[in-house]
Design a protein around this ligand. Sequence first.
Ligand code: ADP
Ligand code: MG
Length: 348
Amino acid sequence: MTTHHFSTEVDSGPTAELAVEAHGLVKVFGDQRAVDGVDLVVRRGEVFGVLGPNGAGKTTMLKMLATLLPIDGGEGSIFGVDVRTNPHVVRQLLGVTGQYASVDENLTATENLVLFGRLQGLSRPAARETAARLLTQFGLEEAATKQIAQFSGGMRRRLDLAASLITRPPLIFLDEPTTGLDPRTRGQMWTTIRELVEQGSTILLTTQYLDEADQLADRIAVIDQGRKVAEGTSDELKSSVGRSTLQLQLVSADDIPVAASIAERLIGESPVLTPEARRMNIALQRSDQAVDVLVGLREQQIHIDSVTVQKPSLDEVFLALTGHDTGEGGADTDPPTGRDSNDLEAVR
Ligand SMILES: Nc1ncnc2c1ncn2[C@@H]1O[C@H](COP(=O)(O)OP(=O)(O)O)[C@@H](O)[C@H]1O
Ligand SMILES: [Mg+2]
């Protein structure tokens, strides 16, 4: 297999362990601070999710880090390269989706990718080879000779991602990669993203979808009104809200009153009982209390059929952190953002 290199920077590979490092990022539009002092650290090889509702400042943040929008305050670097002072090097390290708005709809998928490859400095044979490889990788072989104008939303999104990968960038920015896609196409995009990570890419993605962040991201920053309100793994965010529930089903309904009083003594709160189903649900302050309850029940020879610990959903986490929901109205419904407002088109 041949690989194509376009600069010594990419050729030697970035050595810094931090793919993204930003401190106090600020963007001001008029009297609005669209991004209001955000710190961000993305480690090499991880998927980092920026989760926030429409208008939170996600796209603006990515644009600044991608050198597509001037930084008004703070600083950012990509693999140790300063975004402000070295934008040309930064661009070689980055694949950014959303560039497709400007492409000719009458071109076929292959023609588009070849064009992009040529614009990036590839020879004609190299551009053709790269186009063919990417179309296969993204399941677009059959669409290779189709005009973009006939593409579905999902196909466009995949072609867009394919185009951003022509130079094999070590870091990929995905701005709401599945917004507006139907659930099946969305699943395909998730698979593609996971494959990219397996192949060694680092990914910074934005999303309004809590389940998407939950499924894909190693770590998540929750952004609201230009500020970071929380950060951590999905599990950490969920436990920070501290509303896990221990759900128990007992062997005998007769044990329920005794079991309830044990749980109440240990946790300090009375469980919710469903005697006809031999069930009790206990709201935990901390997840390690589950063990206390199980040990307490065993000491009294109370037999248990099944145990589950239900963590709070990321939706509950978001609500607890920001006082409002993401406004997405469920991941399977039409999202509030249109494709256009989401594009990372260059501003210069
Ligand atoms: N070019 C612009 N001029 C003025 N305001 C803008 C511009 N781009 C974005 N904004 C505003 O900045 C805020 C953040 O926008 P954006 O970064 O697009 O949010 P998100 O991507 O999270 O939906 C919004 O209130 C938006 O209206
Ligand atoms: Mg956006």
